[in-house]
Ligand binder design. Structure first.
Ligand SMILES: N[C@@H](CCC(=O)N[C@@H](CS)C(=O)NCC(=O)O)C(=O)O
Length: 213
C-alpha cells in the first residue's frame, strides 16, 4: 500500500521519509510548509489541526507525531529490522529513547525556535530561548551518556532511533545559540555513521556534510 507523507524540507518529516526509504516502501510526498506565515493544505490541517509535519497517510487512515509514526512503521514492517518488535530484547529502551527525543529534545528545540508558544509576554521570549539552549545541552548529554561506547543507540544494532538522532542533530544551529554536536562525541559518532546510509543520502542529499557540520 502506498504511503503519503506531508513533507517540508528541514522538518521532522525528513526522518520519516528516511524510514520509508529504509523500508523500501512505496510513498508519495505531499509538499507543505513549516513557514508560520504560509498556509497549510486544508487536508493537512484536517488530519493534524496543529499544522505540523510529519503527517503520514495510508489508505483512508492517517497519523501524526514523529515518535508514534516511527514505532508504527517499525511494527508494520518488521522485515526492515528498524527496531525491536514487542517482546524482543531492547524494546523498552527503543520506546524510551523515541519518547525522550520527542518530549525532551524536541521540546528544547521548540523553546528556541518558537519561544512565543511558551511565554505570555514578548519580553520573556529571550529567557525562554536561553533556557531552551541550556536544555539542549542537558538533554543531549543524557543521550550521549546513554550511548557510551556502543556503536548504535540501542547497543550493537542499528535502529530507527539512530535515524531520529541523526535528524535531530541536523537541527543543531550554533548561530542560534544551540550547542555544537562536537560537545556530544558519542552522538556525533552515530550521526556521522547514519549520514553514510544510502537512505539518508537520498533524503538529505549526497553533499550533506557530517551531521551538525
Ligand atoms: N511533536 C511533533 C512536533 C512536530 C513539529 O514540531 N514539526 C515542526 C517541523 S519539525 C513543524 O511542523 N513546525 C511548523 C509549526 O509549528 O507551525 C512531532 O514530533 O511530530
Amino acid at each position: 500500500m502506498r504511503y503519503q507523507l506531508f513533507y517540508a524540507l528541514g522538518s521532522a518529516s525528513m526522518g520519516v521519509r528516511a524510514m520509508l526509504e529504509e523500508i523500501g516502501a512505496d510513498y508519495e510526498l505531499i509538499p507543505t510548509t513549516i513557514d508560520r506565515e504560509k498556509p497549510r493544505p486544508a487536508e493537512q490541517l484536517a488530519l493534524n489541526p496543529n499544522g505540523w509535519v510529519p503527517v503520514l497517510k495510508w489508505g483512508d487512515q492517517a497519523m501524526y507525531e514523529c515518535a508514534a509514526i516511527t514505532i508504527f512503521l517499525c511494527d508494520r514492517h518488521p522485515e526492515a529490522e528498524l527496531g525491536p518488535s514487542p517482546g524482543e530484547s531492547g524494546r523498552h529502551v527503543f520506546l524510551q529513547t523515541l519518547v525522550y527525543f520527542s518530549s525532551s529534545i524536541q521540546n528544547a528545540f521548540q523553546l528556541t525556535y518558537y519561544p512565543d508558544r511558551f511565554v505570555d509576554q514578548a519580553s520573556d521570549e529571550s529567557s525562554a530561548v536561553a533556557r531552551g539552549n541550556r536544555r539542549l545541552v542537558e538533554t543531549w548529554n543524557v543521550i550521549d551518556g546513554q550511548i557510551g561506547s556502543n556503536p548504535w543507540l540501542l547497543g550493537s544494532s542499528f535502529s530507527a532511533a539512530d535515524i531520529y538522532l541523526f535528524m535531530l542533530t541536523t537541527w543543531l544551529t550554533p548561530e542560534k545559540g544551540h550547542p555544537v554536536v562536537d560537545n556530544f562525541p558519542n552522538v556525533k559518532r552515530i550521526a556521522e555513521a547514519v549520514a553514510q546510509r544510502p537512505s539518508i543520502r537520498r533524503v538529505y542529499g549526497e553533499s550533506f556534510p557530517a551531521a551538525g557540520g
